[in-house]
Write a protein of this length. Sequence first.
Length: 293
Amino acid sequence: MKPVRKAIFPVAGLGTRFLPATKTIPKEMLPIVDKPLIEYAVDEARAAGIEEFIFVTSRGKSAIEDHFDSNPELELTLQGRGKEAELAAVNATQLEPGQITAVRQMAPLGLGHAVWCARNLIGDEPFAVLLADDLIMSDRPTLVEMVEAYEEHGGSVVSLMEVPREQTSRYGVVDPGVINGHLVEIRGLVEKPDPAAAPSNLAIVGRYILQPEVMTYLGRGETGAGNEIQLTDSMLELVGQSPFHGLILNGRRFDCGSKVGFLEAGIGFGLRRADIRDDLRISITELLSNSGD
Ligand code: G1P
């Protein structure tokens, strides 16, 4: 069984929901507390043993690559001023030489198309996909647990969460077979089904480990829900060919693609930070007591 060494980060989106903030700044660079959204996903991938980080970008998104590069001028300045904690935080963002690659998605044709844009870099290895918008708060990084499931069962693994039935049309939804604890055998998948047609209320969270054959199916360029090339539709082709499992999320997922989800994440992660937790609690209480003004 081949190890999962490569990860794709689709980051080409325009971030229209966050305009005007995203007019010149990639959405993925907006911070949750003091770390850009994309860094949480990259850190999760690093924890899971990923060695090659592939960003599927678009015009105006080079800040993402720069963030994981070195910044000698800043590093020297921080060093000169004795700002050791800040220097450590900046150094921690750096990936090793040769670990970052960026490919362009030239047109917004869907998540499946974004993943397919990285096909030449993936070759014939299994790979992970991480959607930075799905920010996960958990004791153990989700992709670490998924890699463990992959090492045990092989094939493909996606992260799953239960959603209210009326929300199935926002997600990819799976048709579950045998459920064993957190591990769900997957018999089928459908992108954004109406609640009445949804095979379950188990929705896909933006974490995937996939077999490279999925690229062949994506290459057909067939469109699905929302007239986009959907990753879910090509994943369905893998079902039956090799093992396909879902792992029910052991944590909380924040939808940072929405304004409320983004704010929730800032508060949630802030409340976990020893340096600001107490002040933040006081502020929240005070703001809530005055929110009727
Ligand atoms: C994408 C996937 C969907 C998945 C979701 C998770 O949808 O297509 O299957 O459930 O991410 O966030 P999007 O949010 O891009 O519409």
